[in-house]
Design a protein around this ligand. Structure first.
Ligand code: DSN
Length: 421
């Protein structure tokens, strides 16, 4: 992208942008919640819509001059509805956490109960971790995996807990769980106890949109919350989808604005509209399917090297490896070491981790960004081999230099595509 004006006006910021651009081009991005967005998405994000205040919704705003904001927000809403087979969409939330917060405030009264996945078993902070302010307002009870080696969830226990605790929301969704959930069971448990069945699809939104995995809406879920910047490959932001109940959708809109947020970031909504348009294209289906194939290729290498993968492997875009248990290297050590050879991923706690969150036993990695670079199973497997080699040779500087060089070469052979730079 052209940064001519920043370059001339503000050298300090320009240098930081240029540095980040180089980092993203010359290294491999394996953080499973990150991606490269298209130039078209970034152009929309940097457009004149950033100048505009538009409190309200299309056709019902509190400021004048809304001809084009109404057009662009309506496009975003209609495309989101089509992508996810939803009757209603709110595209104004600023991120995934905000989407979850709005969803809770729309559907719960203070003191109401939510049944959500434990963070240590793959859930998210906003699913009820005690460090969040949400837990001062709502009551969270948690479910876990029955067996971290298979990823199986104990649905019988979940049903018992739901009958006992009477949640108003049964929440599916995760930020570090590599398997598909049994949505029919979730929906059945939720509806049996009179709760809403809700899924936070942030991680797999692009996989659902690209029909690479099933949608919870096929199984009667009521609402889905999401981010737009992970597998969905849009700008940073949030999204709330309601399958069919207008009353729920109205509550959500009212909670997002005026309940929680002020003026929507219309530049960001324009970028969401562009990203949703891209996700509706046939090539996005190919992209989503390849993400899964690439993750499977990485899975094989790790398992062949006897490295323990939580849940035994992956059925989506991400993998969680117990590198401390398998190789004696901590998550933090692995993250730093792999960064040194040009691979970015994140340390991650594993289920029932005995180590601390800032230096846990695991690493989490995934394939959305390398798939945007057109990696196939072959290159993905090679990256996994290099990761294993690096972790096994952590003190061998010559070997690590050679791995860095090979990653650099790989990045040159598979540059970020022109339309994404
Ligand atoms: N921070 C996101 C992730 O990396 O999964 C979740 O919100």
């Amino acid at each position: 992208m052209d940064y001519e004006h920043i370059q001339n006006q503000d050298k300090e910021v320009f240098d930081a942008i240029e540095g980040e651009e180089l980092r993203e081009m010359e290294g491999l991005e394996l953080i499973p919640s990150e991606n490269y967005v298209s130039r078209a998405v970034r152009e929309a994000n940097g457009s004149v819509f950033t100048n505009k205040y538009s409190e309200g919704y299309p056709g019902k705003r509190y400021y004048g001059g809304q001809t084009y904001t109404d057009i662009v927000e309506t496009i975003a809403i209609e495309r989101a509805k089509k992508l996810f087979d939803a009757k209603f969409a709110n595209v104004q939330t600023l991120g995934g956490a905000n989407a979850n917060i709005a969803m809770y405030f729309a559907l719960l009264e203070p003191g109401d109960t939510v049944l959500g996945m434990d963070l240590s078993h793959g859930g998210h902070l906003t699913h009820g971790h005690p460090v969040t302010y949400l837990t001062k307002i709502f009551r969270f009870v948690r479910y876990k995996m029955k067996d971290p080696n298979t990823g199986e969830i104990d649905y019988d226990e979940m049903r018992e807990v739901a009958r006992r605790e009477k949640p108003k929301i049964v929440l599916a969704g995760f930020s570090a769980y590599p398997r598909e959930l049994e949505y029919a069971k979730f929906a059945d448990i939720a509806h049996e106890v009179g709760a809403y069945a809700i899924m936070d699809i942030a991680h797999i939104a692009g996989l659902i949109a690209g029909k690479a995995v099933k949608s919870p809406f096929e199984f009667g879920f009521d609402v889905m919350t999401s981010t737009t910047h992970k597998t969905l490959r849009g700008p940073r932001g949030g999204l709330i989808l309601t399958r069919e109940n207008e009353e729920i959708a109205k509550k959500i809109d009212k909670t997002v604005f005026p309940g929680l947020q002020g003026g929507p970031h219309m530049n960001n909504i324009a970028a969401k509209a562009v990203a949703f348009g891209e996700a509706l294209s046939p090539s996005f289906k190919t992209y989503a399917a390849q993400i899964l194939k690439n993750a499977k290729a990485m899975e094989k290498v790790f398992l062949d090297n006897n490295i323990r993968l939580l849940t035994g492997g992956t059925s989506n875009h991400l993998l969680l490896a117990d590198v401390f248990g398998s190789l004696g290297i901590s998550g933090q050590e692995a993250e730093t070491l792999l960064d040194r050879v040009g691979i970015t991923l994140n340390k991650n706690s594993i289920a029932d981790d005995t180590r601390k969150p800032m230096d846990p036993s695991g690493i989490r990695f995934g394939t959305p960004a390398i798939t945007t670079r057109n990696f196939t199973e072959k290159e993905s497997a090679r990256v996994a081999e290099l990761m294993v080699e690096a972790m096994k040779s952590k003190a061998d500087e010559t070997k690590l230099d050679a791995i860095r060089e090979e990653i650099r070469e790989l990045c040159k052979r598979f540059p970020v595509p022109e339309s994404f730079v």
